[in-house]
Design a binder for this molecule. Structure first.
Ligand code: MSP
Length: 509
């Protein structure tokens, strides 16, 4: 049985509306999922919402709502955004789902029976916004070592998970499996962090302080720490414990894509939890960078978030997808500004891809009554096999920016080809009609190849182009060979349609 390509986004906190930082993680995963589907692989793409914990409880209280009623209102906003952005996930998990709770409680009971969880008194410093405990030594100038905000002194009885027991194993595992944490510089960061002794993880919160969480099995006084609950979504959503057949076809996960701010949880807590449970390791934890605005991370707490829905309404979802996928190499931070987005809109989308389609379709209409003419075989202006191989290689290396560069090289080449061959001059000379036909066939075929690949990156635009060329959606390129030949058929009547990326001053609202 073929292993299903199983990939995950982090599950999003529902203490407020999603912003483009969240959209980024989901767009990346969607692109990978779509590309793997295009390669003919079965894919399972899971996303969802992280609904418990103090942050959500606080946000609900502020709005004078019960936490469940509050999250029930926020979750549809995430689902709506994913729909608008063309995010095609296979499963949406909510940590308030009953089956997820069952799995969390089962795992805790197992780990406790195994001796990896114990109860103890805890004294330490607590950062409420980060929900992190710190020892005296871990504080940075007396403040939270993650976010730099003030911390509170706490003493309470809690359950602890023996992270420390597995520290040496984890260091060995990361060293023996250099592909496990990517990019490499993030792997080194984790190994650096592991040079200090790991403290056991406090995995409960007393109900006196937090009621909004999964009850710790066997205790009326504790709920489960939100991160312990949340990480387990990757297992419960894949059928762990409840659907063995499904789980076997999905696990191990092929890719956990996360932001660099949550790498420690995914590269330290998570593998140790799995090891303690006797579950095999996911193949890859890949950390992407942050979108910044004027030097600061875009985040709800800073208050500088950009609303993806407003951008989609103004420019279209593929424009936002293209911008986020193309602007930075995956792993690095990016600077967001609307001016930059507008610049890419004009240069890469309107003047490059949009123009290629427009001139190709216009000339086919003008010189061949809208029918794709018959071209000679073997006069292709680019190597389709090479294009497929290079684009696949880039996507498999988690480098969508490089993949887009390969695709755009074809677009640029095709636009140059128009300048070189001057079809308008060929059209004036009846003896050169075959040459003209050849040029236009080639151009139409280039756009088709580009559109097939773009299905993973800019699905809406790709669909429109393929429809206008009267090629149905190409869901799968099995055996690659189908992509190597011509995709368009001579004699097909194409549809020029409206400009794909109209000039912004002419764009209808
Ligand atoms: N709930 C946890 C994840 C639990 S996974 C078991 C969480 N949620 S989050 O909503 O705060 O963040 C979700 C994702 O959005 C993370 O990958 C995070 O890095 C990403 N982003 C949030 N702000 C971001 C930017 N400004 N830029 C890029 N991505 C960022 O953490």
């Amino acid at each position: 049985m073929t292993k299903t390509y199983y990939l995950t986004t982090p599950i999003y906190y529902v203490n407020g509306k999603p912003h483009i930082g969240h959209a980024y993680t989901s767009i990346l995963c969607d692109t990978f999922a779509r590309f793997h589907r295009l390669r003919g692989e079965p894919v399972f793409y899971i996303t969802g919402t992280d609904e418990h914990g103090i942050k959500v409880q606080k946000a609900a209280i502020e709005q004078k709502k019960e936490p469940k009623a509050f999250v029930d209102e926020i979750v549809p906003q995430f689902k709506d955004l994913w729909r608008v952005l063309g995010i095609r996930y296979d499963h949406f998990i909510r940590t308030t789902d009953e089956y997820h709770k069952q799995v969390v409680q089962k795992v805790l009971a197992d780990l406790e029976a195994k001796g990896d969880i114990y109860k103890a008194k805890y004294q330490g410093w607590y950062c409420t916004p980060c929900e992190s405990f710190w020892t005296e030594l871990q504080l940075k100038e007396g403040k939270c070592s993650d976010c730099g905000r003030a911390v509170d002194r706490l003493e309470e009885e809690n359950y602890f998970f023996k992270l420390s027991k597995y520290q040496d194993w984890l260091i060995g595992y990361i060293r023996d499996n250099p592909y496990f944490i990517q990019p490499d510089y993030r792997k080194n960061e984790v190994l650096g962090f592991l040079k200090e002794p790991l403290e056991d993880l406090c995995i409960t919160r007393p109900k006196a302080r937090l009621t909004w969480g999964i009850e710790y099995p066997g205790s009326k006084d504790h709920v489960v720490y939100v991160w312990f609950d949340a990480l387990l979504n990757y297992l419960s959503g894949a059928g762990y414990f409840l659907d063995d057949k499904k789980f076997k076809s999905l696990w191990p996960a092929d890719l956990h894509l996360v932001g660099k701010d949550i790498l420690r949880q995914h590269a330290v807590f998570w593998p140790i939890m799995l090891k303690a449970m006797g579950v095999i390791m996911p193949k890859l934890v890949f950390a992407h960078g942050w979108w910044r605005i004027g030097g600061a991370k875009m985040s709800k707490s800073v208050g500088n978030v950009v609303d993806p829905i407003a951008l989609v309404q103004k420019y279209g979802s593929d424009v936002l997808r293209y911008f986020l996928l193309n602007e930075v190499t995956l792993g690095l931070d990016g600077t967001y500004s609307e001016d930059l987005l507008v610049e890419r809109y004009s240069s890469d989308l309107a003047n490059s891809l949009g123009n290629l389609w427009h001139r190709t379709a216009s000339m086919i209409e003008k010189y061949f009554e809208g029918k794709i003419p018959q071209g000679k075989a073997g006069t292709r202006i680019y190597d389709a096999a090479g294009l497929w191989d290079e684009t696949s290689k880039a996507v498999l290396a988690h480098d969508p920016r490089e993949a887009l560069a390969r695709i755009w090289a074809v677009i640029t080449r095709a636009n140059q080809f128009v300048e070189e061959t001057k079809p308008w001059a060929l059209a004036k000379d009846p003896s050169r009609i075959d040459e003209l036909a050849d040029v236009l066939f080639n151009l139409a075929d280039s756009v088709a190849h580009v559109a097939v690949l773009l299905q993973a990156f800019m699905p809406e635009t790709a669909k429109v182009i393929l429809e206008r060329l009267k090629i149905g959606p190409i869901e799968q390129i099995r055996g690659d060979k189908e992509f190597y030949g011509s995709l368009v058929t001579a004699g097909t009547v194409i549809e020029k349609g409206e400009p794909l990326f109209p000039r912004l001053d002419e764009k209808k609202p």
